[in-house]
Design a protein around this ligand. Structure first.
Ligand code: CA
Ligand code: CA
Length: 184
């Protein structure tokens, strides 16, 4: 009987080796969703997730909101809320997202895992191509979006700092503040 349990656990570990996470969209698009995609259905709550700054700085006013819109137990959506969130996005910086595997259970048999999976990603407003810096390339991209609003073909929510539906002088000032800088 024990042997069967061990095999089941091993299979589940094998299934979760394929665990993938998509955080790239969040890097440079404040209103994009961040996905946690599992290769098998799991039971997952926000308590299994821990968000931190890679430089050890305190992260306050940021809550993780987890949902599984499709109800399949495999594709979870992570959003951020709270007073520390700007325009639906995290403040600029480098982040780690840790998943406590002991808090993740297989939907099939309730088997929990051990260990932690950690992912690193960055957020820098104005970094339209996600290379970690705000450069001339980003500036030309910003110029194309400047003055547009939601619905305009050239509107780009990644440049809408305050997510008010328009790329205005305010967003420009936020962009210029970061011009020539890199995520830290
Ligand atoms: Ca860039
Ligand atoms: Ca705006």
């Amino acid at each position: 009987m024990k042997r069967v349990t061990a095999i089941a656990a091993a299979l589940f570990v094998a299934a979760l080796v394929a665990l993938t996470i998509n955080v790239s969209a969040q890097d440079f698009n404040p209103q994009e969703k961040t996905y946690l995609t599992f290769s098998a259905p799991v039971q997952l709550t926000a308590a299994a997730l821990t968000l931190g700054r890679t430089n050890g700085a305190a992260l306050t006013g940021v809550n993780l909101v987890l949902s599984n819109p499709s109800g399949d137990g495999q594709t979870y959506v992570v959003r951020f809320s709270g007073s520390g969130v700007i325009g639906g996005s995290l403040p600029d910086g480098k982040y780690t997202l840790s998943l406590s595997r002991s808090a993740i259970k297989a939907a099939s048999d309730g088997q929990a895992l051990t260990g932690t999976s950690t992912f690193t990603f960055l957020r820098l407003f104005g970094d339209s191509n996600g290379d970690g810096g705000v450069t001339t390339l980003d500036y030309s991209a910003f110029r194309q979006a400047y003055g547009t609003k939601t619905g305009d073909p050239a509107y780009s929510m990644m440049f809408d700092y305050n997510a008010d539906g328009g790329i205005t002088t305010y967003d420009y000032s936020m962009f210029i503040q970061r011009y020539g800088t890199s995520a830290s």
